[in-house]
Ligand binder design. Structure first.
Ligand code: ATP
Length: 399
């Protein structure tokens, strides 16, 4: 984790980009300061939303200790139009808190400090400019997909739009999220089987993007989905940012490599602090080259394996010490059989004849009790009978 920290140098947008943001914030009149509940829908199709946050702290009141506990520690980052920013990190690191802080949805027992700028200015997001998709799919189980989206469109879109325009918007959104095949299927719930988990998640997203928000927040959009469904959901989401120049920020848990490849930028958190902020692809490469370095060298491997093997043999009586004892016995046996036999051809012939005539032998059979034990030591799991040279004997014992 530490080795990717240097990339957090890219935390601030490049100077030219900051300048560009300033210029755009001056010229942009459409994204205006408005109360969150204002009924005014902002249609600013030419420019997107640059969201920047600087030295963002979130603390929570700790009633037990009568103090406050920081959850986010001075975070800085940015999200750009047409890009998907993923917020990742272990459970409890503050992903949802960051998302809530950026979306202005923090709970009443929390305090926030630092700056959150929209297009370079401190302002509230107008209704319809941003949308937030929560983790839970709270949908009406008895409605079909088409009905649910149609009703939602009629509620969210302004009266200035005709009914046919609203229906068309709903149809397009259903298509955008790849739900056309399921549009006449009931959503379903506990009692009746309906849509799959991934489809339900896409219906929830559908409802939130009906107003064509320029800024979309998604809290764990893939939680509870398998990798195929996660990819389906995320690929639909990432297609939205490309086409409409939408700024998308999603907190996400353990994405597959295919899903990860869809992210443009990555904000990696640990214990409420940023450990990486920058292009997702660079984090991937950097992590890959970490992977390459993490293997020990050949020499280290040899030393460690030999040491481990010695410890194992030393501690395992049956494995090492009994083997050693038997090897010594065999050595003595063989040594005795051929002791002083001589090294010339004549002495070998004498030995051969006496052995063939049964005066003595070099092979004997062990007792049935000892056999399996010896067998397991030489040939583990072997069922074969093992003949063991123990000692020369004129009267071989058979146990
Ligand atoms: N309103 C709150 N009051 C008290 N503690 C809070 C509050 N909001 C968040 N926390 C605490 O802040 C920490 C971060 O929570 P958060 O939900 O942001 O983590 P997360 O990374 O989204 O976790 P997960 O991946 O498990 O959803 C947790 O320890 C949580 O208990």
């Amino acid at each position: 984790m530490n080795s990717i920290t240097p990339l957090s140098l890219s935390l601030r947008p490049p100077l030219s980009h900051r300048r560009q943001m300033e210029i755009e914030s001056q010229s942009e009149a459409e994204v205006v300061c408005a109360k969150p509940n204002s009924s005014r829908v902002v249609h600013d199709d030419s420019n997107g939303v640059y969201l920047t946050w600087e030295d963002l702290w979130v603390t929570v009141c700790d009633r037990k200790n009568q103090g406050s506990r920081p959850i986010l520690h001075g975070l800085t980052g940015y999200a750009r139009p047409g890009e998907l920013l993923a917020i990742m990190g272990p459970s409890g690191c503050g992903k949802s808190t960051l998302l809530d802080a950026l979306a202005g949805r923090l709970g009443s027992n929390t305090r926030q400090s630092g700056e959150i700028l929209i297009n370079g200015r401190k302002q509230e997001l107008a209704f319809g400019t941003s949308a937030y998709v929560t983790q839970d799919d709270t949908l009406t189980a008895t409605l079909t997909v088409k009905e649910a989206i149609y009703y939602s469109a009629q509620l969210q879109l302004p009266d200035s739009m005709s009914l046919s325009e609203k229906k068309e918007r709903a149809e397009t959104t259903i298509k955008d999220m790849g739900l056309q095949d399921a549009k006449n299927t009931r959503i379903g719930g506990w009692g009746a089987k309906g849509l799959s988990g991934g489809q339900k998640r896409r219906v929830s997203i559908c409802m939130e993007i009906l107003t064509r928000p320029k800024l979309l927040f998604l809290d764990e959009p893939t939680s509870g989905l398998d990798s195929a469904a996660s990819y389906h959901v995320m690929s639909r989401i990432s297609a939205l940012d490309h086409r409409d120049g939408r700024t998308i920020i999603a907190s996400i848990h353990q994405p597959s490599s295919e899903v990860f490849a869809l992210f443009h930028s990555l904000c990696l958190l640990s214990s409420g602090r940023v450990v990486y902020f920058g292009p997702a692809a660079a984090a991937n490469e950097e992590t890959g080259s970490l992977e390459r370095r993490c293997h020990a060298g050949f020499l280290t491997q040899c030393v460690v394996l030999t040491k481990r093997s010695f410890i194992n043999m030393n501690r395992d009586l049956g494995y090492y010490w009994m083997r050693l004892a038997i090897y010594i016995a065999i050595t003595i046996g063989l040594g005795t059989a051929f002791y002083n036999i001589g090294q010339d051809y004549g002495s070998i012939q004498v030995f051969e004849r006496e052995k063939l005539n049964g005066h003595y032998g070099t092979t004997t059979y062990c007792s049935e009790k000892i056999k399996p034990m010896i067998r397991s030591m030489f040939v583990p799991n072997s069922e074969q009978t093992t003949q063991v040279v123990v000692a020369p004997s004129s009267t071989p014992f058979h146990g």
